[in-house]
Design a protein around this ligand. Structure first.
Ligand SMILES: *Cc1c(COP(=O)(O)O)cnc(C)c1O
Length: 430
């Protein structure tokens, strides 16, 4: 264990923790019983393609991409100059994904579509070869069913918006960290929002219990769901195409380094898992978590996986990064990512607003505070003893880093209302 980083974590200080359990990709498979077959990721991709005509019809914003929910990969050279990082720095703008404006528009929407397809196929009102736009006529069918989810905000938004669009009844169980504007927006879309004064794990547990008691209800389980994971993993193949379209080659001398904000772990886990399937040891995936809520870090470092709660380590779990405020991580994701993850950066709330303002002033791009956590990665990759050693041991010499493609995964932001955006920009002022 990288002891000095781990003791910083316990001391509420920003840290760069390197995962001592990471393995070369080829040695993972024989050792690990937790494998997601590449075919399941391809199945998810095909399912999303079947739904494209439906999405194009219901959400006109997806017309330019022919019903495929995808985001831009944008180079951010001015931000890169500010961060003084090597190679070329890109922003993967899931902050601006159509329909739900966050990374949850991948996993969350995928799981709702999969559930709708399962119901429609078994009721005989749909065949896989149909044009799925026919589902726009089936609101009365879907209205008999309920979809429920526990959320700090963005997952609820993607599940709520897509479920309502199909005709499902929707109940969103929201933790105390959820922002008011997200609750307001969901209610405006017709979702029932149930508010909890407890943290995220509690909202999930209550939602799961209520949903399980109703045979017509389906629970999207952020702490356990394989479908969410698969929906996120589809991003990897899409990113490969985007890199190719920009003539960016990834190999031993041109590594890919990706930084993703992590809450319960599903989104960054699914995406990273998919990337490791494609790019193997040439991709290095780092997560970013709040100083007060590093639940994946604790779960992996202690090998207690989903059992940990940040409060048990003297941390509060409180953070302005609402999307990352998950006191316990997904058990499944911490286990499956243990041999694949390079490390985790922890970030304090002030830095979130510092990066938020910096991105706005250098590139004119606005994202939400949770999203900004990932900038700690390129900012600190080369200035802590642990990550310097990681680079040395993994062939990331200065010469190789010059050729690196570094990607900060922006996970949310485009749906933030103007008055709240203004508050965020002011909050960054010291
Ligand atoms: C949900 C979310 C994340 C992290 O996803 P998890 O699956 O919870 O790890 C990161 N950023 C934002 C903005 C989010 O909404």
């Amino acid at each position: 264990m990288s002891d000095s980083a781990f003791s910083k974590v316990l001391a509420h200080q920003p840290a760069a923790w390197v995962n001592p359990y990471k393995l070369p990709v080829l040695s993972v498979e024989p050792l690990c019983d937790l494998i997601v077959p590449p075919q399941s990721i391809r199945d998810a991709e095909e399912r999303l393609r079947r739904f494209a005509p439906f999405l194009e019809k219901v959400f006109p914003e997806t017309v330019p991409s022919h019903g495929i929910i995808e985001s831009e990969l944008r180079e951010i050279p001015a931000m890169q100059t500010g961060l003084k990082t090597s190679g070329r720095l890109f922003l993967k703008m899931d902050s601006h994904l159509p329909i739900a404006g966050s990374v949850k528009a991948r996993g969350g929407i995928y799981e709702v579509l999969k559930h709708a397809e399962d119901l429609a196929l078994s009721a005989g009102i749909l065949r896989e070869t149909d044009d799925y736009a026919v589902l726009t006529e089936q609101k009365d069918f879907f209205r008999r069913y309920t979809v429920q989810v526990g959320s700090t905000g963005n997952l609820g938004m993607s599940i709520g918006i897509m479920s309502a669009a199909l005709g499902f009844r929707v109940k969103i169980h929201m933790s105390a960290d959820a922002k008011q504007w997200k609750k307001d927006l969901l209610r405006a879309r017709g979702a029932e929002v149930i508010e909890y004064t407890d943290d995220y794990s509690r909202a999930v547990a209550e939602g799961r219990k209520l949903s399980d008691a109703d045979p017509m209800s389906y629970f999207v389980d952020d702490e356990k769901s394989m479908d969410l994971f698969l929906g996120y993993a589809v991003a990897a193949g899409r990113l490969k195409d985007q890199l190719e379209a920009k003539n960016l080659q990834i190999d031993e001398n041109h590594p890919l380094i990706v930084y993703l904000p992590a809450g319960v772990g599903g989104a960054p886990g699914g995406i990273s898992y998919g990337l490791r399937q494609i790019f193997g040891d040439h991709v290095h995936c780092f997560f970013a978590e709040p100083v007060e809520c590093p639940s994946l870090l604790l779960g992996i470092a202690t090998r207690k996986f989903g059992e940990v709660r940040v409060q048990d380590y003297g941390l509060s779990g409180k953070t302005e990064a609402d999307g990352l405020a998950c006191a316990s991580p997904s058990d499944f994701v911490t286990r499956i990512m243990t041999p694949h993850l390079s490390g985790i950066f922890t970030v304090d709330d002030d830095s979130l607003y510092h990066y938020l303002r910096m991105l706005y002033h250098t590139e004119g791009i606005e994202i939400e505070p949770s999203s900004c956590a990932a900038f700690a990665g390129p900012a600190h990759l080369s200035d802590s003893p642990e990550t310097i050693r990681y680079c040395a041991e993994n062939g990331l010499t200065e010469n190789v880093l010059k050729n690196a493609v570094q990607i900060v995964w922006a996970t949310g932001g485009s749906m933030v209302p103007p008055d709240v955006r203004l508050q965020y920009l002011e909050a960054g002022k010291k």
